[in-house]
Design a protein around this ligand. Structure first.
Ligand code: UTP
Length: 476
């Protein structure tokens, strides 16, 4: 029997965590250390409130009425169709390029997820996505950033959010690849927090081993506090950064530090700008941006019936068209404002099967997909949207910019994403006047060209030869 701090004993008793208390008491003192450390970071009140709310499973008044109150977003820049639209885009690009050049932009890649749907056994950024060379997702982004730094003579710090699940391997991978040619000091890794999994029926915290809680990353919404805790918000501010370009690790066709997006964001003095694409169909499983009572919010596909999802407004416009690409630009000062007390993003509950160690020290592996044993908690970054007073939505070119790798097969898989990279390569070469066999697979490195005009110019000037471009002909 050990002498536990009285505050811990009291807290665990108050919040009905007797099994955890017993597990803690049964450990020899040296082994208590790690578990105690983890327990000390837990906000038990918040967990209890969230678990209780999840038990009743009744959505709030506000949630029930959201679909009916939703309007198609008002503050939107659509893809250019007219000459004046093209002028506006050109002006935004110039403004964005200026901001990059002035050192006002940093890039954030969120790479802390566990990638369970893909089922890849390493951090998702290490996934080989290049259709010819197997270039990894991390390499695609690193090369984009390097090319953009060179093009705009800009610093563009790169911040990569990792988690307990991905940190070590990610950092080692960058080291082993010599940071893909980037200056190591210009790449910052920072770790997001974790949240404990709870037994769905009892609200007990689950143990992953006798000395460890079952923890998982706190969601991409953990970004704000992770930046704050690492001192990065202050540091970036002091370095003159004003806009944070945010993207996810799974979309190799995201235009990292996109000058158009940054430019519109800056011209509109937006606090949070989001790139959207038009959904393929009302039933496509994608969150959509809408306006609700004067705020921009996201409605998840699961919140809408098929009839609701297909609704048009009085002017004939489809309401739920604006699919979220998870590419955002944040105003740094806005994010700083979200670190204050009481401004934390809300928690979302997901029912999942989580392995756990029972009172006898035995690892239990639940596997009934219809009755998950646990609830996991996450914060979502897009919950920052309604907290902003000035938001902006920019429509991106879907085929060019949004080809994520989420699933093992089918929609949004490696296959569809690689096909997109190949299609984009073919298109750029065609625009540059180069003929390649239609059945060949093409992969253009961001270091060779960031866009079609650059490819054209470099091929025409002889800086690049067609033979430099990676191609392969599939076996018949
Ligand atoms: P997803 O929501 O697609 O989750 O993350 P995931 O973990 O990658 O994949 P699944 O759902 O388990 O299959 C979207 C982006 O947010 C990051 C991911 O790394 C990805 O870039 N993310 C997600 C984090 O950085 N931290 C998290 O806790 C969750």
């Amino acid at each position: 029997m050990s002498s536990l701090p009285e505050t811990i004993r009291q807290t665990l008793t108050t919040f009905h965590q007797q099994p955890l208390l017993q597990a803690l008491q049964s450990l020899p003192v040296p082994d208590q250390h790690r578990l105690l450390e983890q327990i000390q970071t837990v906000d038990f009140q918040m967990l209890r409130d969230t678990w209780r709310a999840a038990l009743t499973d009744t959505p709030s008044e506000h949630a029930v009425h959201r679909p009916a109150q939703a309007r198609a977003p008002h503050n939107v820049v659509r893809q250019p169709v007219s000459a004046s639209d093209s002028d506006a885009w050109a002006q935004a690009i110039r403004t964005g390029e200026q901001a990059l050049q002035n050192g006002q932009v940093a890039v954030i890649t969120v790479a802390g997820g566990q990638g369970t749907r893909l089922g890849f056994e390493h951090p998702k950024g290490m996934f080989p996505i290049g259709p010819v060379t197997n270039r990894t997702l991390f390499q695609v982004f690193a090369e984009q950033i390097l090319a953009r730094r060179r093009r705009h003579h800009a610093a563009i710090p790169w911040l990569i959010m990792t988690s307990d699940a991905t940190h070590q391997e990610t950092v080692r991978f960058f080291e082993s690849q010599s940071y893909f040619g980037l200056e190591p000091a210009s790449v910052v890794f920072f770790q997001q927090g974790s949240l404990p999994a709870l037994d769905a029926a009892t609200g007990q915290l689950l143990l992953a081993s006798p000395t460890e809680l079952a923890l998982s990353p706190d969601g991409h919404g953990g970004l704000i506090m992770a930046l704050q805790n690492a001192g990065l918000l202050t540091r970036l501010h002091d370095e003159g950064v004003r806009h944070l370009f945010y993207h996810q690790v799974d979309n190799p066709t995201a235009i990292v530090a996109d000058p158009a997006l940054i430019g519109f964001h800056s011209l509109h003095q937006s606090q949070l700008t989001t790139s959207v694409v038009c959904k393929d169909s009302p039933t496509e499983r994608m969150g959509v941006l809408v306006d609700i009572e004067g705020h921009t919010e996201i409605i998840e596909y699961s919140e809408l019936t098929p009839e609701e999802a297909a609704r048009h407004d009085d002017s004939g416009q489809w309401i739920f068209w604006a699919g979220n690409t998870a590419i955002h630009v944040f105003d740094l000062a806005f994010l700083q404002g979200l670190t204050g007390k009481g401004r934390q993003l809300p928690l979302h509950v997901a029912r999942k099967n989580v392995p756990w160690v029972n009172a006898d020290g035995v690892l239990v592996q639940p596997n009934d997909p219809n009755r998950p044993n646990a609830i996991k908690l996450e914060r979502f970054i897009f919950d920052a949207l309604p907290m902003a007073t000035r938001t902006l939505i920019i429509e991106g070119d879907r085929a060019r910019e949004f080809n994520p790798v989420k699933n093992k097969s089918g929609k949004d898989s490696a296959e569809t994403s690689q096909a997109a990279l190949n299609r984009i390569g073919h298109l750029w070469l065609q625009q540059a006047g180069c003929a390649v066999p239609a059945n060949s697979v093409v992969e253009i490195s961001p270091l060779q060209a960031l866009d079609a005009p650059e490819l054209q110019q470099r091929l025409a000037s002889g800086q690049l030869q067609l033979s430099d471009i990676a191609t392969r002909t599939p076996q018949a």
